[in-house]
Design a protein around this ligand. Structure first.
Ligand code: HEM
Length: 373
């Protein structure tokens, strides 16, 4: 309320209110290009072709458009609808495996394997290689740190190495797909001669890298945050069991109330930008506190109340503007199916620890384990 735009010690600016965030996400003077950011944490992304989340137009638009041809609207609804039987079957078999266990970890036993299985299947990445790239993805996520007080050296090394390993691994798969295309996204990207021409192998690797990380690390938190929130609101949990259709507005409310992506730390000002009477100078780094914007009392009445009946729920959970989340329809459907099945099949689930332990990431928020009995 008092400081919609705050200057940090290191010269970066933090924006935390809804109106300012919604405006700035559409501001063409804002750059997502990692090559414009001076912070050392970005060095590992700069070492290879950046993914389109870290690029500006026109490169961003070209690559997003090329990926969308296979993944996004008008393909996404079809793609997600086509996946539906697989999603339901995967969720069902993960819950079947809970049988006989006294205690279940919603993260390791469910919310992690579910979206990972789906994204591996879509991309055509062998599911059995997952334990290898799980470690790389973790190192990459942990090395995204905007805190000026953190000593960058150690994490930067881990992130850089992991990023290189993951790129090499994906590069090998892309090479195979040129020779032996299959029915998967990597094959389609590698062999597509659409109106924008072909992606280079580096661009395919960067895109696959992005989809794999995004498909890995965000939905798991939404599902886990969802289960935690339901266990903390037993009346809503009971209502969902009787009224499965409630899951649609409920997931939107989760994206507002407990969003997986708390902060976007990768923006810079192309030129001087005025936000809420503060001039942000050209070149400054800008941190977007999406989660704070989604709880802004000037936009959402009683913002700290979890209310699946909330109307006009235009949260910032998937961002906004040209970088609006590409996987939103898929993440929504995965989470809807997951929560409906969990509440339908679990008999009086009980939280073992509240609050649960949280993962170490300033960007993503979600428990690292969520044990229930
Ligand atoms: C972008 C959130 C799931 C792919 C974004 C952005 C947010 C976000 C906030 C905007 C980043 C920015 O403006 O810099 C989420 C959340 C998810 C989720 C909360 C799950 C609950 C997914 C999934 C995929 C995906 C499942 C794909 C498999 C992407 C891509 C972008 C993106 C490719 C970059 C879009 C662009 O730069 O044009 N996501 N995401 N996301 N997301 Fe997601």
């Amino acid at each position: 309320r008092e400081t919609p735009v705050a200057l940090q010690e290191d010269g970066s600016y933090v924006i935390s209110t809804y109106r300012e965030l919604a405006d700035i996400l559409h501001n063409p003077h804002l750059s997502s290009d990692v090559r414009n950011l001076s912070h050392p944490m970005e060095a590992f992304e700069r070492s290879g072709t950046p993914a389109f989340i870290n690029l500006d137009p026109p490169e961003h638009d070209r690559l997003r458009r090329m990926a969308m041809r296979h993944f996004g609207p008008p393909h996404t609804p079809g793609l997600v609808a086509g996946l539906e039987p697989d999603l339901t079957a995967t969720v069902g078999s993960l819950i079947d495996d809970f049988a006989g266990k006294e205690r279940v970890d919603i993260v390791d036993d469910f919310a992690y394997p579910f979206p990972v299985t789906v994204i591996c299947h879509l991309l055509g990445v062998p599911r059995e290689d997952e334990p290898r790239f799980h470690l790389w993805v973790n190192d990459i996520i942990e090395s995204i740190d905007y805190n000026p007080k953190t000593d960058p050296k150690e994490k930067l090394t881990n992130g850089q190495q992991a990023s290189q390993d993951l790129r090499e691994y994906l590069g090998g798969l892309v090479e195979q797909r040129h020779g032996r295309p299959g029915d998967d996204l990597l094959s389609r990207l590698a062999n597509d001669d659409g109106p924008d021409g072909r992606m280079t192998d580096d661009e395919i690797v960067a895109t696959a890298n992005l989809l794999l990380i995004a498909g890995h690390e965000t939905t798991v938190n939404l599902i886990t945050n969802g289960m935690l929130t339901l266990l903390r609101h037993p009346q809503v949990l009971r209502r969902l069991r009787d009224e499965p259709g409630l899951v649609v507005p409920l997931v939107e409310e989760l994206l507002r109330y407990e969003p997986p992506v708390h902060i976007i730390p990768w923006r810079a000002a192309y030129s001087d930008i005025t936000v809420a009477d503060t001039v942000i100078p050209k070149g400054a780094r800008i941190l977007l506190m999406l989660a704070s914007g989604s709880r802004d009392p000037n936009r959402f009445p009683e913002p700290d109340r979890f209310d699946p009946d909330r109307r006009d729920n235009q949260h910032l959970g998937f961002g906004s503007g040209i970088h609006l989340c590409f996987g939103g329809p898929m993440a929504r459907r995965e989470t809807q199916i997951a929560l409906n099945e969990l509440v339908r099949r679990l008999d009086r689930p009980r939280l073992v620890a509240d609050p649960p332990p949280y993962r170490r990431s300033p960007v993503l928020r979600g428990p690292i384990h969520l044990h229930i009995e």
